[in-house]
Ligand binder design. Structure first.
Ligand code: 5AD
Length: 351
């Protein structure tokens, strides 16, 4: 069995694909030696393409108003303890200005699904950002919208779109979301985004309630088949005002193990060491990079609203998580042998 797992890891590094039951065998067989082996292969793969560089993104949480009621999420509509905010057009531009000065060349505008953000308002905002900073990439992470809406936003200057698929198992999807949200529409959004020419990111939580290793295997196979440019994964962390408040959190170790496997599936894609990973473990961001991740996304939102974007309990937003503390992040990355770069940070071709 042990030998078989090392064989699977070698084949994954060569062929970038496995069968569903092979992904499951890798997940179920997680142990210290195979973990180190996969991380080593993953780091070699990312170094061949990205060397020791780490891309940074300035994350701007534009608002926590959300019309959805996802069972895991702290900014769900039903959470009456959540103090809502919405950044203004001018406030967002000010964040971008500050971020640009700090050396960020990608801004990620993330927020709940808030009907206030019509296509007209977003297009105005995108044009303003692109006019002021023609050399930046703008990533949107604003949930499910129509194909027409995605098309207009692309036209107005959006380059990338992050929409986690959350789970590739439709039955599991239904257990994490209210009935108004459908797995099929999620998939429709991802397919539309890709066909419109966005660089697209999917992703999932690790250790979410009801998740099994077969479901995680399906997530890996989904990434293999959908072939995204980015994939955001992080441990599930319970939020005290949600129905999942008493559910156990996912682990940093399993998240990092999956990061290594994901790197081998898509050697040149953009794989962040997420805030959730940094929150669940003090060295989470570094562990992520050392497992094959190549992106970190410090927070550029105004300090006054940061605590309000509480997707889960104890979410980090200062120190290396804060864009203003880029030097600290740079030092932490240097201490493990990596260099933060000032760059749009697009996907590089496989040499
Ligand atoms: N724990 C971890 N991740 C969460 N997200 C939302 N709620 C939680 C939670 N409790 C993730 C979802 C979403 C992204 C913005 O944050 O995957 O897509």
């Amino acid at each position: 069995m042990r030998k078989e797992l090392f064989g699977l890891a070698d084949r994954l590094a060569r062929e970038h694909r496995l069968e569903l039951d092979e992904y499951r065998a890798l997940i179920d067989g997680r142990a210290p030696e195979i973990t180190a082996y996969l991380a080593d292969l993953a780091v070699q793969a990312r170094k061949r393409i990205y060397g020791n560089t780490v891309y940074i993104r300035g994350l701007i949480e534009i608002g926590n108003v959300c019309k959805n009621d996802c069972l895991y999420c702290g900014i769900r509509r039903g959470n009456t303890s959540c103090e809502r905010y919405r950044l203004s057009h001018e406030e967002i531009l000010a964040c971008c200005r500050e971020g640009y000065t700090l050396g960020f060349r990608t801004f990620v505008l993330q927020g709940g699904e808030d009907p206030f953000w019509t296509d007209d308002r977003l297009c105005l905002l995108l044009r303003a950002i692109k006019q002021e900073h023609p050399d930046v990439a703008v990533t949107l992470s604003l949930g499910e919208r129509s194909r027409e809406s995605y098309a207009r936003l692309k036209e107005a200057g959006a380059d990338r779109y992050l929409l986690r698929h959350e789970t590739a198992d439709a039955t599991h999807y239904a257990k994490l979301h209210p009935k108004e949200l459908s797995f099929d529409n999620r998939m429709r959004c991802l397919t539309d985004l890709k066909s419109l020419g966005y660089q697209v990111g999917c992703g999932f939580m690790v250790g979410s309630p009801y998740q099994t290793s077969s479901m995680l295997a399906r997530d890996l196979q989904f990434v293999e088949q959908f072939a995204p440019d980015m994939c955001g994964i992080g441990p599930f962390i319970p939020q005290s005002d949600t129905p999942f408040r008493h559910e156990p959190a996912g682990s940093a170790e399993l998240t990092c193990y999956l990061l290594s496997i994901l790197r081998l599936i898509r050697p040149n894609f953009l794989l962040p060491a997420t805030t959730a990973l940094g929150t669940i473990h003090p060295g989470g961001r570094e562990m992520g990079i050392l497992s094959g991740a190549n992106v970190v996304m410090p927070n550029l939102s105004p300090a006054s609203v940061r605590a309000k974007y509480a997707l889960y309990d104890n979410k980090l937003s200062d120190g290396s998580e804060s864009a203003q503390c880029k030097d600290e992040l740079t030092q932490r990355m240097r201490s493990i042998g990596y260099e933060v770069v000032t760059d749009r940070g697009d996907v590089k071709p496989i040499p």
